[in-house]
Design a protein around this ligand. Structure first.
Ligand code: PNS
Length: 163
């Protein structure tokens, strides 16, 4: 069974992430979307919220499982007996960070391969942090996030906070 892990912060999951997850799920028998637990970084949503939003958004894709991990990604990969990391690539600006991470992971675990799925052009400017910023300042994020994420952003940043 060919299995891959799509890791990330997913704080929150965006339509750009969804696009990559759907395409990756079509290539593998099983895709694990792995949400990072990072005690060093203050996230907007808890890991449980991030997992729930990802699960809801990907409920139509039957071969995706959503999990969380803490520590090194390669350790999680080995625990899952998985040798393929999937990452999305938006633009050239992503390349340096992704290249460094892929090489570091290869140094740590040479048996693991990182593959990249190019995002759709319509999502090339999307990121979780940009979506949160635009939303908090009252801009439209129509078409950028799944409905469950939109609902939770409204709860987290109610319009009165904009006053
Ligand atoms: O969505 P992100 O924040 O770009 O995802 C980054 C992620 C989670 C893939 C990366 O930070 C990660 O794998 N963190 C776990 C720690 C680790 O393994 N570090 C070594 C690779 S540089």
């Amino acid at each position: 069974m060919l299995k891959a892990v799509y890791p990330g912060s997913f704080d929150p999951i965006t339509n750009g992430h969804l696009y990559v997850a759907e395409r990756a799920a079509a290539l593998f028998d099983e895709l694990i979307l792995a949400v990072l637990i990072n005690p060093q970084k203050r996230s907007t949503f808890t890991v449980e919220e991030r997992k729930t939003m990802a699960r809801e958004a990907l409920s139509h894709v039957t071969n995706v499982r959503v999990k969380s991990f803490e520590g090194l990604l390669v350790d999680f990969m080995r625990r899952e007996r998985c040798r393929v990391i999937v990452r999305g690539m938006r633009a050239l600006s992503d390349f340096e960070y992704e290249f460094q991470m892929a090489l570091m992971n290869r140094e740590l675990a040479p048996e693991i391969e990182t593959i990249f799925i190019v995002t759709d052009a319509q999502y090339s400017y999307l990121s979780s942090s940009a979506v949160k910023e635009v939303f908090q300042f009252g801009g439209s994020i129509q078409g950028m996030v799944p409905p469950g994420v939109y609902r939770r952003l409204r709860e987290r940043f109610p319009p009165k906070d904009l006053m």
